[in-house]
Design a protein around this ligand. Structure first.
Ligand SMILES: C[S@@+](CC[C@H](N)C(=O)[O-])C[C@H]1O[C@@H](n2cnc3c(N)ncnc32)[C@H](O)[C@@H]1O
Length: 401
């Protein structure tokens, strides 16, 4: 009961903070909003060729002053975009901004994401982006229930949160150990100097360089927030599962794999999509977590069993639909590079032979049948590595499981 009361109080305090300094205006341009850059990855990982088609419904959950929604609206003019936030002041600013830009495919509404009744009137959404919100809600289980209610049958939820490695936890601990209560951050000269020192000491490792000079309004809602869950990936996944949603991928696996060579890859073959994400997330300790959930569970191919693997029917994602034609000798090594603007390059090293197999992937023939069709023997291990990478980057569907 007491916990409930404290939760309510803290939630009220969060609302007060966001309402008095709407986000991201409170950042005074210090943080670039790069969330929309996640969309090519999302489109690929979720294998939804038709993503962001006409009439596609996108929910920006916790939209703040509407910056993300406006960027999305310009990027996907045929989609219908809805932004919600529990801060009236933020919603008002978002509406004004959209009017100024003359954008017609978006609307903004005041709604509390932990209250399902606030969402009864909305049609299901095909894509929900919830960036930088879940850490600060009093009851994240309720948040997932709302998402379950709002997500269309084939919809995708992208949630980004701060991980347990986010610098906020270290900063709060350092303050406490020096006798300053982080719950009462006043931004006195003494506290600001301490923050600047911590910023310098944590340096690049923090993922948030320049935090020492951030505006107080931002520090209040991020570093010294009354609610800041900072759970790990598996805790978020558990909550999603309880609400009936399924984990389909994280940037941890994608970014981690870019550092793994083909020779090292077999050590990871036993890890399925979920296991690889959890493993990378715990190991690489990035400050943020970007996760995707859907309404349907995905099946895991067995990469340890080459014979079984080659019985699957692979289908390349639309963004790889047109691969370069094979030129020169089959023995010649080629490099296929998949680039997504604004994100680190996803590099798939594929030999010409692998490339030809991939090029013929159509979802109907098995890998073995395609190999037979080409009529040349190739290096099965390098082909397995190429398939593994593409599968984990979300660019390959392996049907017939
Ligand atoms: C850190 S800001 C992120 C804003 C935006 N997603 C972005 O990245 O620019 C968090 C936003 O979530 C909103 N928020 C927090 N708890 C909420 C809740 N329970 N219901 C609706 N909005 C909430 C806040 O008002 C704030 O605008």
């Amino acid at each position: 009961m007491l916990e409930e009361k404290l939760g309510d109080e803290a939630a009220g305090k969060m609302l007060e903070l966001y309402d008095s300094a709407p986000f991201p205006d409170s950042m005074q341009g210090m943080l670039p909003n790069t969330n929309v850059l996640l969309t090519p990855w999302i489109a690929a990982v979720t294998k939804r060729d038709e993503i962001f088609r006409a009439g596609f419904r996108i929910l920006l959950a916790g939209c703040g002053c509407g910056e993300e929604a406006i960027a999305m609206s310009k990027l996907f003019p045929d989609a219908l975009i809805v932004g919600v936030d529990f801060s009236e002041n933020s919603i008002q600013r978002a509406k004004n901004r959209a009017d100024e830009c003359g954008l017609k495919n978006l609307s903004f509404h005041r709604a509390d994401l932990t209250q399902q009744k606030d969402f009864q009137g909305f049609e299901p959404f095909d894509f929900i982006l919830c960036h930088g919100v879940a850490d600060y809600v009093s009851d994240p289980d309720e948040l997932f229930k709302t998402f379950k209610l709002c997500l269309s049958e084939n919809g995708v939820l992208c949630m980004t949160v701060n991980s347990p490695n986010h610098p906020a936890g270290r900063i709060r601990k350092a303050f406490r150990e020096l006798g300053i209560d982080p719950a009462n951050f006043t931004d006195s000269t003494e506290q600001r100097r301490l923050l600047q020192l911590l910023d310098k000491l944590m340096a690049n490792d923090s993922g948030l360089v320049g935090i020492g000079n951030s505006p107080k309004a931002y520090l209040d809602v991020d570093i010294f927030a009354p609610i800041a869950h900072h759970h790990n990936l598996s805790a978020w996944n558990k909550m999603a599962e309880n609400a009936g949603l399924f984990f389909v991928g994280s940037m941890d696996a994608v970014l981690g794999l870019t550092k793994v060579t083909d020779a090292e890859l077999p050590m990871l073959f036993a890890l399925g999509k979920t296991a690889l994400s959890f493993w990378m997330s715990e190991l690489c300790r990035r400050p943020g977590i970007q996760m995707l959930f859907t309404n349907q569970p995905s099946k895991e191919p067995d990469f340890t069993n080459l014979k079984r693997l080659f019985e699957y029917r692979p289908k390349l994602d639309a963004c790889l639909g047109v691969l370069p034609p094979l030129a020169g000798s089959h023995e010649e090594a080629k490099q296929l590079t998949i680039r997504f603007e604004g994100l680190p390059d996803f590099v798939v090293n594929a030999k010409a032979y692998d490339l030809e197999v991939l090029r013929r992937c159509n979802g109907k023939s098995t890998v073995s049948e395609i190999i037979d069709e080409i009529g040349l023997s190739g290096d099965e291990e390098s082909l397995r590595a190429a398939l593994y990478r593409l599968y984990h980057y979300g660019l390959l569907d392996l049907t017939g499981l």
